[in-house]
Ligand binder design. Structure first.
Ligand code: FES
Length: 107
C-alpha cells in the first residue's frame, strides 16, 4: 500500500535556477527543492538531521547535497546519508501545467 500524499504548490519553478536549491513551506513542513544541472528536480527535508542546518543552502551535484553547516553528505534520491547521519526525508516533486512547483507530502 502506498502512503497517501497531499500536494502543495510552493512557488514558480522559473524562480529556481539550475544548479541551486531553495527552501519552501509546504503546509507546516519546510522542504528544500533542488533543480539539478540536467534540469530534474529533487525535494528533501529542508532541515539537516545532524544539527538542523539549512539543506537548501547546501552544494548539490547530480546525486548528492552537502550540508553547509558541517559538510555531511546526503543522497538526493534516497535521502540516505553517505557520512553516517540519519536520513533526510525525500518527497515527490513536479511542475504543474501552470509552471508551479508541486511537492507531495505524506498525509
Ligand atoms: S547541521 Fe548539517 S551537517 Fe551539521
Amino acid at each position: 500500500m502506498t502512503a497517501h500524499l497531499v500536494e502543495f504548490r510552493v512557488g514558480p519553478a522559473a524562480d529556481l535556477p539550475v544548479g541551486e536549491g531553495r527552501a519552501y513551506a509546504a503546509g507546516a513542513t519546510m522542504v528544500a527543492v533542488f533543480r539539478l544541472r540536467d534540469g530534474s528536480l529533487r525535494a528533501v527535508s529542508a532541515v539537516c538531521p545532524h544539527a538542523g542546518g539549512p539543506i537548501a543552502d547546501g552544494i548539490a551535484d547530480s546525486a548528492v547535497v552537502i550540508c553547509p553547516m558541517h559538510q555531511h553528505v546526503f543522497d538526493l534520491a534516497t535521502g540516505c546519508s553517505k557520512t553516517g547521519q540519519p536520513p533526510l526525508a525525500v518527497y515527490p516533486v513536479r511542475v504543474d501545467d501552470e509552471g508551479e512547483l508541486v511537492v507531495g507530502l505524506p498525509d
